[in-house]
Ligand binder design. Structure first.
Ligand SMILES: [Mn+2]
Length: 289
């Protein structure tokens, strides 16, 4: 008898591996207090997890049942501190430290991009030579925005507090202050403008140990429209997968996040996109295929 009325658990890929047996842990962070244009990314983690149940377990490219071979444990949604972005980032850091302390590979779903700094802070303690690869439409290098240093427009600036190297890909929106900072801090070589980039160039600036932070608006809005601040002229799915695959082969990816999903009612395109992206990147990270 089929119990069709029983829903799959609230777990990435609809499959909950016990924490002790898992090698990867998903941290859903439904936080969007500083989002500038329109709130809604707090729905992101739930939408990604919900859509992930429709993603095929078998990865044809890798020839593997990634979820089964890795073992993924999805943690309960983190409770953000709605009054303080800084406190929320610290909570994320604590959560990530716990996950990393148990030897698990951290995967975060957002939620706004500001909290990525928490995971990077936790990983930077373990990996002294950690570098960050960012996929994003925005440089996110403002030092402060709307009264806080932990605004999502400051995401990469806060990440840079913890790592020496961050390579930015897909960037097509920047303010004058950020450009001045890029010049002063000599970051030009690490920023790849628009939808064009040279993979060898990206790889040459990354260290051997890499955290990947993906703001979904790095992609072209025609492929992933469900973001708070869509920017035309973005990266393409196959282009980014090719880059991520090569990064996984030549470097060691030690964690990643998929941020800023803002689900659009009555369509599942963007959440499915995000879920599949997470699954592909997980497979690449573990099997370095
Ligand atoms: Mn962005």
């Amino acid at each position: 008898m089929a119990f069709t009325h029983i829903r799959a658990p609230y777990a990435f890929m609809g499959y909950q591996c016990p924490m002790e047996e898992s090698k990867a842990a998903v941290m859903p962070v439904p936080y969007d207090a500083t989002t500038s244009f329109k709130a809604g990314t707090r729905e992101g983690p739930h939408a990604i997890i919900f859509a992930s149940r429709q993603v095929e377990f078998f990865d044809r490219e890798l020839g593997r049942d990634v979820a089964e071979e890795v073992g993924i444990h999805t943690l309960p949604e983190m409770e953000p501190d709605l009054g303080s972005a800084e406190k929320t980032v610290r909570r994320v850091q604590e959560m990530a430290e716990d996950v990393i302390g148990q030897g698990k590979f951290p995967i975060m779903f957002g939620g706004e991009h500001s909290v990525s700094a928490g995971v990077v802070a936790a990983l930077a303690k373990k990996y002294k030579n950690l570098s960050v690869l960012q996929i994003d439409a925005h440089a996110d290098l403002r030092d402060e925005y709307e009264g806080t240093k932990f605004n999502h427009a400051c995401a990469m600036r806060r990440i840079r507090d913890h790592v020496k190297t961050a390579v930015q890909v897909g960037i097509r929106s920047v303010c004058r202050e950020e450009l001045d900072y890029i010049k002063k801090a000599r970051l030009d070589d690490c920023i790849h403008w628009g939808a064009e980039f040279d993979t060898a160039e990206v790889l040459s600036h990354l260290t051997d140990t890499v955290y990947v932070t993906i703001d979904l608006d790095g992609f072209d809005p025609s492929e992933c429209p469900g973001v708070g601040t869509p920017e035309p002229g973005g990266l393409k799915w196959l282009q980014v997968l090719k880059l991520l695959r090569e990064v996984s082969q030549k470097k060691k990816i030690v964690g990643f996040d998929i941020m800023e999903l803002m689900p659009i009612p009555n369509t599942v395109q963007s959440e499915f996109f995000a879920a599949k992206l997470a699954y592909k990147l997980l497979g690449y990270s573990f099997f370095r295929g």
